[in-house]
Design a binder for this molecule. Structure first.
Ligand code: C5P
Length: 223
């Protein structure tokens, strides 16, 4: 039986992570959060005195951190040099810096290699979420999904996630999301983009269960 490879891309706040984990859990597939890898790289740079606004410095440092991603959808732990960084990679400081780091080709080259290795090693198959999975990382995926949602819905979801952790106003969340998406879409190397053969799913009016159901059905039709 050939492994099922599912690529899930889209901007921030569309429900990519919740959806990808749920699909993987439901079908017994592995799960890979590539955004967490870019965040882990960024976290390491911020903690090791790298000026993240200097692409040359970032490029030189890109090979140093040892990033290991767990692929269990129930507990996707990510570590850097043996340290669990699952929590610290979600801080505002990392979120603000990650787009600059992820725009550097040496960073992408390093992480794309890890991502392809994870997909190749998943015996039953894997759900991989990110921005360039369908276009660049796994162009031969069994199924490519491109998730979208209105700007209002995305800001509201992200704000809900942040609640209790960091007090941020809805307007500020919306602005930060728009800024990050513009940077991710506008970069030269592997920008956020819908693959020609991706199925677009607008999640604005759908529940998580409905989105998961649609994707599971699509997988069933192709696997
Ligand atoms: O998915 P998440 O919001 O955690 O991703 C954090 C950042 O990592 C994105 O804003 C983007 O800059 C970068 N990223 C990327 N390519 C991917 C996944 C994430 O450039 N495949």
């Amino acid at each position: 039986e050939t492994p099922v490879i599912v690529a899930i891309d889209g901007p921030s706040g569309t429900g990519k992570s919740s959806t990808s984990k749920a699909v993987a859990a439901k079908l017994g597939l592995a799960y890979l959060d590539t955004g967490a890898q870019y965040r882990a790289m960024t976290w390491w740079m911020l903690n090791n005195g790298v000026d993240v606004t200097d692409p040359a410095e970032v490029a030189l440092a890109a090979g140093k951190p040892q990033i290991v991603s767990g692929t269990d959808p129930a507990a996707p732990v990510i570590s850097v040099d043996g340290q669990d960084v699952s929590a610290p990679i979600r801080t505002q400081q990392v979120t603000s810096a990650v787009s600059a780091v992820s725009a550097v080709p040496e960073v992408r080259g390093r992480l794309v290699e890890l991502q392809r290795a994870a997909a190749a090693g998943a015996a039953r198959g894997i759900v991989v979420e990110g921005r360039d999975i369908g276009t660049t990382v796994l162009p031969d995926a069994t199924l490519k999904i491109y998730l979208t949602a209105s700007e209002e819905a995305r800001a509201a979801r992200r704000n809900g996630e942040l609640k209790g952790k960091e007090a941020v106003g809805l307007a500020a969340t919306r602005e930060a999301l728009a800024k990050r998406d513009a940077a991710d879409s506008g970069r030269r190397t592997s920008p956020l983009a819908k693959a020609d053969d991706a199925v677009e799913v607008d999640t604005t009016e759908l529940t998580l269960d409905q989105v998961v159901e649609r994707i599971v059905t699509l997988i069933g039709e192709r696997a």
